[in-house]
Design a protein around this ligand. Structure first.
Ligand code: NAD
Length: 472
């Protein structure tokens, strides 16, 4: 049976608040006493994290099912295996990532050592999100460990079963002082953010991202903010519509649309809208049957609050052409397509984060580009077109965190591509080596010796100054 969610968010006590200072202090002592920095220890901690995932996969799947009714396939592919592959990649590449860099040096430094040393920041805070509550909490942790930091891990209270399991498991596999897990909601997070960290990595909404950045300003702590927003999708008549519809509906339906890079809405001509809707209707039936509520492959909405919000958006925007059924008791919303949606409709005013796909009619690609550019910069922009000029037009004329042509979501899994937003969709990026780089301070080092020839090169810098020295 699923683990019991007996954690009650929102209960800060003085004891808790004192604890946060203590927790961070212990993590700092662990860092300063070299419990996280050596290559050997970094690898050990990464192997332990890998072991945690391997040994507890069934329990993790249960927790994910309890929080989101996540299917085994989505739990394994998008959370557990994804993390395992990232750890294996870090273990295989760590030595080369850590290597000191020696950039080209000017003539004046020809006898010196000029190098970039890869320093860990120290104590970092990682705050995870609830939609992929395991992956989005531990993926940054992998890079933070690889880079040699202590990590305070804060899972999201909105996925309580997974948060609780992370808090139970991590201390069994990792050094408790160096890698503490803190549970809590808004009040606890507010208190936690008063502590001094050397780096903060936050995944969640833009509004809380601003709060995190403001808190970080107190100590000028650098931040990575992995935020959200509306990711548009433009589709034209040059595509293979059968394949395009599969790729688009899949991106919208995984995790019941609660994916930060889910295609939020479609921009297309009226003619494309009609073809798209017909094909999508058949596809949804083939995937989830006539009774999608009973399909084991569809996740549930995370909370009643989000369910009510989504229902309100769905019933007050455009017209329902596909789907629309829902069940509050089960937090179920059927995959739904809304047609002839107006830019002024409520669903176009906020990130949807649910299995509802609105279609907004545009006259052409230029119209779509104007629409996109007059709104805040998206996390991802999707273009479906076989015309390379069209693809390039969107790539050059728009700004978004990432850009994906003729597929959805898959760019997330290309580990050599940095993943992150721009503008209100976030700052900084991670994945693969980019996560290591995020948690690494590149320390510029100049190392000289007392060689007499080297000293003569720089003798002109000493007083007494003269016109002659100036011209040397
Ligand atoms: P949220 O920002 O509302 O909440 C995240 C956490 O912040 C919570 O766990 C809570 O404890 C804390 N929090 C909330 N209000 C706070 C406050 N006033 N002060 C201090 N802490 C506070 O996140 P959400 O809305 O649950 O997450 C959904 C958003 O996250 C979407 O916008 C989605 O696009 C985005 N997201 C982005 C990515 C990415 O990788 N870029 C991934 C997943 C989700």
């Amino acid at each position: 049976s699923p683990p019991k969610n007996n954690y009650i968010p929102g209960t800060v006590t003085n004891e808790n608040m004192a604890n946060y200072a203590d927790i961070v202090e212990k993590a700092r002592t662990a860092f300063n006493s070299n419990q996280t920095k050596s290559l050997h220890l970094r690898k050990h901690h990464l192997r332990q994290l890998l072991k945690l995932l391997k040994e507890n996969s069934p329990d993790l799947q249960i927790a994910l099912a309890s929080d989101l009714r996540k299917s085994k396939q989505e739990a394994v592919l998008f959370e557990i295996e994804y993390l395992k592959n990232d750890i294996i990649n870090a273990l295989n590449s760590l030595e080369s990532w850590m290597k000191t860099e020696r950039p080209d040096k000017p003539l004046i430094n020809i006898l010196d050592d000029v190098l970039i040393h890869k320093d860990p920041y120290g104590v970092v805070l990682v705050m995870g999100a609830w939609n992929y509550p395991l992956q989005l909490t531990l993926l940054p942790v992998v890079g933070a460990i690889a880079a040699g930091n202590s990590v305070v891990i804060k899972p999201s209270e909105i996925a309580p079963a997974t948060a609780k399991l992370i808090a139970e498991l991590v201390p069994k596999y990792l050094n408790r002082d160096a890698f503490p897990v803190v549970l809590g909601g808004v009040e606890e997070t507010t208190e936690l953010l008063k502590q001094r960290f050397d780096y903060i990595f936050y995944t969640g909404s833009t509004s809380v991202g601003k709060i995190v950045r403001a808190a970080a300003n107190e100590y000028l702590t650098p931040v990575t903010l992995e935020l959200g927003g509306k990711s548009p999708l433009y589709i034209d008549g040059t595509v293979n519509m059968d394949i395009a519809v599969k790729r688009i509906i899949w991106g919208k339906c995984i995790n019941a649309g609660q994916t930060c890079i889910a295609p939020d809405y479609v921009l297309c001509t009226r003619q494309i809208q009609n073809t798209f809707v017909e094909k999508a209707k058949q596809l949804l039936k083939a995937w989830y049957t006539d009774d999608p509520k009973n399909s084991p492959d569809l996740c549930r909405i995370v909370s009643e609050k989000h369910f009510v919000r989504l229902l309100d958006l769905m019933t007050n925007s455009g017209s329902i052409s596909v789907g629309g059924r829902h069940d509050k008791k089960d937090l179920y919303i059927e995959p739904t397509i809304l047609t002839d949606v107006k830019p002024t409709d409520p669903i176009m005013k906020e990130e949807i984060f649910g299995p509802i796909l609105p279609i907004v009619i545009v006259d052409n690609a230029y119209d779509a580009i104007n629409y996109i550019n007059s709104r805040s910069k998206p996390l991802t922009l999707y273009v479906f077109s076989s015309d390379q000029e069209m693809q390039n037009l969107f790539m050059r004329q728009t700004s978004s965190g990432s850009f994906c042509v003729n597929d959805t979501v898959s760019h997330y899994a290309v580990e050599n591509l940095p993943f992150g937003g721009v503008g209100l969709s976030g700052m900084g990026a991670y994945h693969g080596k980019h996560t290591f780089d995020t948690f690494t301070h590149r320390k510029s080092c100049l190392v000289k010796d007392f060689n007499i020839i080297g000293e003569s090169f720089s003798s002109a810098k000493y007083p007494p100054y003269s016109e002659k020295k100036l011209s040397m």
